[in-house]
Design a protein around this ligand. Structure first.
Ligand code: ATP
Length: 304
């Protein structure tokens, strides 16, 4: 997973510390992972584990305290304005709240025309309207119905599809999706995840799917990393990690997924507070040692 060969984007031992000692928060500690075209990497962890910090590092909103960010094998240098502009086009983000990133004063057509005018200068006049229609069709929205509407006239799921279309308009090769369905009705979540899956497959996009919900990771991702207190504690092939979790924190996350076969008052559904506290305490201790369970499944050793 950390092998940057064939990776479009890679984090190489990146750390990010906020504040100064003794109040410093190590939000990311020597984090390494790689994204590949046509694959999804799920980044899973509970609130405060460092997921959003990783997303912001990938988006270059944060500068790493240590480590390197590689794009197509080369370090992304802050001094090179052209390379940085190309990077910002290629690496796009979809946010949790599909409304916040759309301007309520403008139509959906306007939201898609703007990036096309900026990034597809070869397109003129009617060609731009055709490209807008094409983008909306790609995200399974009816262009005639949706293009003239304003964001408030669409459902949450439709708005998220418009946001996905915008990343395509810019020419994204990498999409960072930070909890893209958590604010949507349950009934439309699957549709948006399916769309991301199709785009990954058909357009060879590399996806970083950030979620606190380990249960959805298997649905969209080939690879997974589990994060706690800024450290990646377990990673590898998504099925191997979920079917054979080795780190107590991964087991804790999986045990918190409700089992439809077990009622909440069943003792098997109760998490033991003392155990949970101990798992968290031990998992937060920085650990260098990594154990290979298989060639595509790794776990950070836990303090004894
Ligand atoms: N700008 C900042 N300044 C100081 N501390 C920060 C900052 N951003 C994040 N942190 C701290 O870094 C740690 C990781 O936060 P982060 O937002 O990355 O976690 P997260 O897993 O994305 O959580 P959530 O799902 O709630 O967004 C937390 O302890 C948080 O308080």
């Amino acid at each position: 997973m950390t092998d940057p060969c064939n990776a479009i984007l890679a984090l190489d031992r990146i750390s990010k510390t906020f504040g100064r000692a003794p109040f410093a928060v190590k939000a990311a500690q020597s984090v390494s992972f790689a994204l590949h075209p046509g694959r999804t990497l799920a980044l899973v962890g509970e609130s405060g584990s460092g997921k959003t910090t990783c997303a912001r590092l990938v988006m270059r909103e944060y500068t790493p305290s240590e480590g390197r960010l590689l794009f197509k094998g080369k370090p992304v240098e802050t001094g090179d304005a052209r390379a940085l502009a190309a990077y910002r086009r290629s690496v796009q983000m979809i946010f949790q709240d599909p409304f916040s990133s759309l301007n309520p004063a403008h139509t959906i057509a306007y939201h898609l025309r703007r990036p096309l005018q900026l990034h597809r200068r070869d397109l003129k006049g009617r060609q731009i309207d055709e490209a807008v229609a094409d983008l909306l069709t790609k995200v399974q929205l009816d262009p005639a119905l949706v293009a003239p509407k304003h964001p408030h006239e669409l459902s949450g799921g439709q708005r998220q599809r418009v946001n996905i279309a915008r990343t395509l308009a810019v020419g994204a090769e990498v999409i960072v999706a930070d909890e893209p369905t958590s604010m949507l009705d349950v009934s439309v979540r699957l549709g948006v995840l399916n769309l991301l899956n199709e785009m990954k497959r058909d357009m060879k996009l590399a996806l970083l799917y950030i979620t606190h919900d380990i249960a959805t990771a298997r649905y969209v991702a080939e690879d997974i990393i589990v994060m706690y207190a800024g450290q990646i504690v377990e990673w590898g092939n998504v099925n191997k990690v979920i079917d054979n979790p080795q780190h107590p924190y991964t087991r804790l996350l999986l045990s918190a997924v409700p089992d439809p076969e077990i009622r909440f008052d069943d003792p098997r559904a109760q998490l033991k507070n003392a155990t949970v506290g101990e798992v968290r305490r031990l998992s937060a201790i920085p650990q260098e040692r990594i154990v290979a369970i298989e060639s595509d499944h790794f776990v950070r050793q836990i303090a004894a």
